[in-house]
Every structure is written in structure tokens, then in C-alpha cells.
Design a protein around this ligand. Structure first.
Ligand code: CP3
Length: 336
């Protein structure tokens, strides 16, 4: 698919497919103790990466890790508190950015590469193995605020007030991401995805500076090391700015959220790159006819072109497993 081929029914996987909606994940998660322990123990991280492949037969496995391992490797404290999401020590001053190391600590990433090597060995070669990291803007929003916020106001304010210092933070994250994703590809990932979950909070000029330019530099930095590297972008909420993102970054495929306008996506995005998405994760929670209609909507909008069937964002913990099975079956039964 990423190299331009089409199959009878589109390949299918789900963002956040390893996670709390699965009892087998909750069991390993409890055994691992902390969430970061799970991310950094190759045996356990490989196991939870493979769980959704065994259960649902997805066409892609995504490395089990988190976007916040990069701030962790830059010396920031990162904690995951049960039921509360991630907590970091916030960055409130220019001095705190000046004090950051310019290089990530390579030893922190080593177990992640080991996880990929293990998964690659166990995985059916027909299943694509994906690595990933967070895009600089999205990672920066958590580093500045110290936690998730509804509209990323702390990072947006910081970027307006201290653009030079903010650029320095973004540059550090760009370099770390190039090294980290290149090494993931070298460890066995077939492709990597760049998650810019909070791209849609930026006005167009800021989107260009903090989402498009960093993604473009990451793509060209990786391709300087690995010329045929396959890279998927996900500037969530980019809307009408997506064609510009695709053109300027040179990515191979793009993930789209459920609010995307189908005509624009087909004519100006899917005509250039493979498209991944975009079922509303709430339709997956609802199930029944609403789910069937939503699955059919994605297929009728996009399955005539290059489509990797996915959700428009991560699966939510309360999603019934039977609904995931129903979705996969309906996609597999599709004959375009
Ligand atoms: O997709 C997969 O199955 C691979 C694993 C994966 C995780 N996080 C595991 C995880 C991936 C690709 C991510 C990416 C990620 N992490 C993003 C970008 C994608 C997106 O969903 O927007 C972001 C913004 C994060 C940061 C993060 N990590 C948050 C906000 C949270 C708390 C919210 C939540 O869902 O709990 C996490 C924790 C996290 N990352 C969990 C998992 C399975 C749940 C933690 C747990 O098991 O206790």
C-alpha cells in the first residue's frame, strides 16, 4: 500500500490498538508496574504490540511505546498517573530551554529498538511493522504545559512570547526525532508514523512554522540516512491545510481525522499519497447500525483510491471488543 499497490479490501489497523480496552493488555500492564516500565521492557512491550495482531489479524502492528519517551531521553521527568494521563515538569522559562541537552540520551532508546527487533522476528512477514514518535509541536505542548490541556494554550502562548527559545526546543526535538526514527527503521520497522495530535490548534502561519517545517526537516533528515524510508504523517485537525502539509513534507501517506472533508481529501490529498483513516472512534463505541454506516462511509469515500482503513484518532478504553471484530469483518468483506 505505501508503495502504491492496491488490494481487494483495504489493509486495516487502529491507532492505539494496544491498550486498556483489551483484558490481555491490562494483565501485562499490571504485571509491568509503571507504564514507562512497560515501554522499556522489550519482552513485555513486544508482547503487547503483538496482542491486537493475534486477536484481530490486523495488517499492521505498531510498536508499543509512547511519544513522551523523547522528553524522558532529554532528561525531563515523565510520569504516568493512573486515570490522569501524563505528568511532566513544566517548562516555564527561556532558561529551562537553554538548559536542555542538545542530544537525547541514546541509552534510553536502546530497549525500544530491542522491542522492534523482537516483534520483527515473531511477526508474520505479511504484517507491516510501524514505528513512531510524536511530532515536535505535539511533544513540545506536553513539555511546556507539563500535561495535556484542551487547547494547548501554554505552548501557544510560549511560542508567541518567546519564538526564538521555542524554535530552539523544536530544533532539539527535530534532531532527536530524526535519530530515533532512523534507528527504529534500522531495527526492523517497515515504516514510521509522526503523530502531530495537536496540529489543529495552530493558526495557518503557526501551523506552517511549527508543524509543516519540522515534519519536512524530519522527513528529509531520515531520507538522508535511509533514502527509501516510508513515513506517515498525522497532523490531526489540519483540515484545509492538509494538502499544503502533504506537498511540502514529502511524506508517503497521511492519517486523517473523522472531520475531514471527503472531496478535498480525495482530490488534493489521496491523489498524491495513500490515505489512512478515518472512522470516528465514537462510532466504534456505539456499534450496531451506526458503526456499519460509519464503516461504509469511510469505504465509499476512499476505498476507490489508496486507503489504509483506520480510526480518525485512537481507540478509547471503553470500546467493546465485539465492535472492533465487527468493524474488521465489514472492512474485510468489502469488494470495491
Ligand atoms: O497505538 C498503539 O497501540 C501504540 C502505542 C501508543 C501509545 N501512545 C500507548 C499508550 C502510541 C502510538 C501512543 C501515542 C501517543 N501518546 C500520542 C499521539 C497519538 C494520540 O493518541 O493522540 C499522545 C498524544 C500520547 C501521550 C499520552 N500517552 C497520553 C495523552 C496518554 C494518556 C491518555 C490515555 O490514553 O491514557 C498516554 C498514555 C498511554 N500511551 C496509554 C497507552 C496504551 C495508556 C496508559 C496506560 O496503559 O496506563
Amino acid at each position: 500500500m505505501l508503495s502504491g499497490n492496491r488490494q481487494a479490501s483495504p489493509p486495516v489497523w487502529m491507532m492505539r490498538q494496544a491498550g486498556r480496552y483489551l483484558p490481555e493488555y491490562r494483565e501485562v500492564r499490571a504485571r509491568a508496574g509503571g507504564f514507562l516500565n512497560l515501554c522499556f521492557t522489550p519482552e513485555l512491550a513486544a508482547e503487547v504490540t503483538l496482542q491486537p495482531i493475534r486477536r484481530f489479524g490486523f495488517d499492521a502492528a505498531i510498536l508499543f511505546s509512547d511519544i513522551l519517551v523523547v522528553p524522558h531521553a532529554l532528561g525531563r521527568s515523565v510520569r504516568f498517573e493512573a486515570g490522569e494521563g501524563p505528568r511532566l515538569d513544566p517548562i516555564e522559562t527561556v532558561a529551562a530551554i537553554d538548559a536542555l541537552p542538545t542530544q537525547a540520551d541514546a541509552a534510553i532508546f536502546a530497549p525500544v529498538y530491542e522491542t522492534l527487533r523482537r516483534v520483527k522476528q515473531e511477526l508474520d512477514p505479511a504484517v507491516t511493522l510501524l514505528g513512531f514518535c510524536g511530532a515536535p509541536w505535539t511533544v513540545a505542548t506536553y513539555m511546556i504545559a507539563g500535561q495535556g490541556t484542551p487547547d494547548q494554550a501554554p505552548a501557544r502562548l510560549f511560542a508567541y512570547r518567546e519564538p526564538n527559545a521555542f524554535q530552539k526546543l523544536i530544533d532539539i526535538l527535530i534532531d532527536a526525532s530524526i535519530g530515533y526514527l532512523s534507528a527504529q527503521l534500522e531495527a526492523g520497522a517497515d515504516a514510521v508514523q509522526l503523530f502531530d495530535t495537536w496540529a489543529g490548534t495552530l493558526p495557518p502561519e503557526q501551523f506552517s512554522r511549527w508543524s509543516v517545517e519540522p515534519a519536512q526537516r524530519i522527513v528529509s533528515g531520515i531520507r538522508a540516512r535511509i533514502p527509501d524510508a516510508r513515513i506517515i504523517g498525522f497532523p490531526r485537525g489540519a483540515g484545509a491545510l492538509l494538502p499544503d502539509f502533504v506537498e511540502r513534507t514529502g511524506i508517503d501517506a497521511v492519517s486523517i481525522d473523522w472531520a475531514s472533508e471527503p472531496g478535498l481529501m480525495r482530490e488534493r490529498v489521496q491523489s498524491r499519497v495513500a490515505l489512512q483513516g478515518n472512522l470516528d472512534p465514537l462510532a466504534l463505541i456505539a456499534g450496531g447500525d451506526a458503526l456499519d454506516r460509519a464503516v461504509d462511509g469511510v469505504l465509499s469515500n476512499y476505498a476507490d483510491g489508496r486507503l489504509i482503513f483506520n480510526l480518525g484518532h485512537g481507540i478509547q478504553p471503553e470500546t467493546p471488543i465485539a465492535h472492533v471484530e465487527r468493524m474488521v469483518q465489514r472492512v474485510r468483506d468489502y469488494r470495491g
